[in-house]
Design a protein around this ligand. Sequence first.
Ligand code: RFL
Ligand code: PHB
Length: 390
Amino acid sequence: MRTQVVIIGSGPAGLLLGQLLAGIGVDTIILERSTRDHVLARVRAGVLEQGTVDLLEQAGVARRLRAEGLPHHGISLAFDNRLHRLDLSALTDGKHVTVYGQTEVTRDLMEAREAGGLATCFEVTNVAPAGFDGSSPFVSFDHGGASHRIDCDYIAGCDGFHGVSRQAAPAGALKTYERRYPFGWLGVLAEVPPADAELVYANHARGFALCSMRSPTRSRYYVQCPIDDRVEDWSDQRFWDELRRRLPETVTDAVTTGPSFEKSIAPLRSFVAEPMRFGKLFLAGDAAHIVPPTGAKGLNLAASDVRYLFEAFRDHYAEGSSAGLDAYSQRALSRVWKAVRFSWWMTTMLHRFPDTDDFGQRIQEAELDYLVHSRAASAALAENYVGLPV
Ligand code: RFL
Ligand code: PHB
């Protein structure tokens, strides 16, 4: 078997890259470890930057996003029993974000891929990228009880944090940076109207809480929890009680409770692997970097990586230029590190850390107070939240 680009992983990064390349006539095969249903059932991100929306438009998969995505022109920070709205649009010359679930983005991409008759191989095992340091890269894998090999021009490692692509980098070629946070996020989806028309990020003595949504009738809520808590420890009643305690009264009163239909705990970590290219193997998205969800940047970073990588492949296949491929890692990492900084800062400012003393607590309160009362500080948050330029 042969194709131009083998894409490992059918998360948003892999699917979006495949769709953009299909648009310029470049052949791809996607290899995915999980089942199609499992990929479509994952609940993750909810906030898209305009650059991500634009790229989904370019890929021709934004019809439903245009109809159902919710434009949000502000967010609120809650602390000291008060709600402080940041007008993102006023602070950024009219920019906004769009609330549209990653689950829906994945479905739109998957359906477009299937409609275009493009190849995806689900439930593959033993995926191994090889030969990428020379001129004949290939990927071997097992599927349906047989071993296979696909020869290709390039390999795109879009297989997330636990994938094989990053691990395939030659010994000593990779430098990694990591920060683990001493807590997790317990997330709940429920078919109830959201407590507020916009997202609310709450700093509270009992821990961080976030009110988000997927639609006017579907809410997504999170509370900071100990890293070793288990989902089974959290009944719906316990979750709603804890959430309501962490919000200002006006928001608490507006929380509609109901049975949850998804509940999960995610660890929080910052991680960057450098570089993002090894010969003919390119990493994109969570395969190369992880950010804590506080800044809503993970999916958006995956999309900006894909934009740079797509442009590099386009210039290569259309004009024979390798400039974009050569610049890819540096270009992507420069944007990645700014999002890593922003997500780390939002996380630090909004969560309770087990070892924070009274001094640390007062500093956090002063920072929040400064942030909501200084236009310059609010504008810096807004500029990052809506997305730095690509
Ligand atoms: P994914 O989505 O992890 O997809 C990788 C795919 O690769 C497959 N795979 C393999 N396939 C073949 N062979 C192997 N050996 C393989 N190993 C793995 C996997 O099965 C999977 O299908 O990575 P990708 O495409 O880079 O996308 C990244 C995003 O999913 C991620 O950054 C975001 O979900 C992060 N994130 C958020 N990002 C935002 O931009 N805005 C948000 O509001 C936001 N909220 C969140 C989030 C992540 C969260 N969790 C659960 C970590 C909220 C949460 C709670
Ligand atoms: C979500 O809706 O899942 C969400 C929104 C904003 C974040 C993180 C997650 O910062």
